[in-house]
Design a protein around this ligand. Structure first.
Ligand SMILES: [Zn+2]
Length: 286
């Protein structure tokens, strides 16, 4: 298996490349791209969450603890005094970091149920719920975060599988085939429980329809095609006219700065109703 630093490194590169593509496609505002990218990076280390006493697991639980404690803080900010909020914040952080961490490791086996694509789907659903219900992000953006989480998860599993091939000796290590799998059939009870939990999470998750509608529009892909290569010189200085590049259309450089446009009662969006505001492609998550 690949080590923790390799997973973080490759996960960051894959998520960053996808984030660049997403910004280029102009489907979400830059203010959401950070959260979505972080979901991808988190996904690239989460499959090893069950590695008992590993640095990866400790750091992951610390990260989840900080995130959960801030959620508790924001939800209760208006209700309690500062002293009570301190207690709540510290209490919830300690509960996740030490309490949940201990309970989790009591029940899990490394490269068990969590090291599978099913777990990736479960985490994608959890990401969509947290982004939409806790952070108040648009359904489409929430599922984009879920998609990044899943791609990060897949990157981790593929990387572990690649590391199980001994390139020098041209032979397969014993771990070959144990990293990339849909479910872990060695633990049918745990895998069934995980499948049931995934169904429950997907039931409470926001609708993925806006996300799928956004990524399946023709204008999104033709816009991406237009922006893939520079219309003229690379960085404005290198090379001549790029014959391969499609003409640079007007909307290409209009990276949107606002948040997801809200629909008004007539069904038009802020961006459409505001004169001079760049319109996103038809598929923009709005
Ligand atoms: Zn792993």
């Amino acid at each position: 298996m690949a080590n923790y630093a390799t997973h973080i490194g490759v996960g960051t590169v894959v998520s960053g490349a996808l984030a660049t593509l997403t910004v280029g496609a102009d489907v979400i505002g830059p203010e959401s791209i950070m959260a979505v990218t972080l979901a991808g990076v988190a996904g690239s280390v989460l499959p090893d969450i069950d590695l008992r006493d590993s640095r990866a697991s400790m750091i992951l639980f610390s990260g989840i603890a900080v995130f959960a404690s801030f959620c508790v803080l924001f939800i209760n900010a208006d209700r309690y005094s500062i002293a009570e909020l301190w207690i709540l914040w510290l209490g919830s952080m300690a509960f996740v970091r030490y309490g949940l961490h201990g309970v989790f490791h009591h029940f899990s086996v490394h490269r068990g149920a969590w090291h599978s694509l099913l777990a990736g789907l479960l985490w994608a659903g959890i990401t969509a719920i947290v982004f939409h219900r806790l952070l108040g992000l648009h359904e489409g953006v929430a599922w984009l975060g879920g998609g990044f989480m899943f791609v990060g998860y897949l990157t981790h599993l593929v990387l572990d599988e690649m590391y199980s091939v001994d390139f020098m000796g041209n032979r397969l290590k014993k771990s070959f085939g144990s990293a990339l799998k849909f479910v872990d059939t060695r633990y049918p009870g745990k895998s069934t429980a995980m499948a049931a939990l995934t169904c429950l999470v997907l039931f409470f998750a926001p609708s993925p329809k806006p996300f799928f509608e956004a990524i399946s529009t023709q204008s999104l892909w033709s816009g991406l095609n237009d922006r893939m290569l520079p219309a003229d010189k690379w960085f404005g200085v290198l090379g001549g006219d790029n014959e391969l590049a499609a003409p640079h259309h007007d909307g290409a450089s209009q990276i949107t700065t606002g948040s997801i446009p809200r629909r008004d009662t007539n069904g038009t969006t802020d961006a459409q109703s505001r004169p001079g505001t760049p319109n996103r492609p038809d598929g923009a998550l709005q």
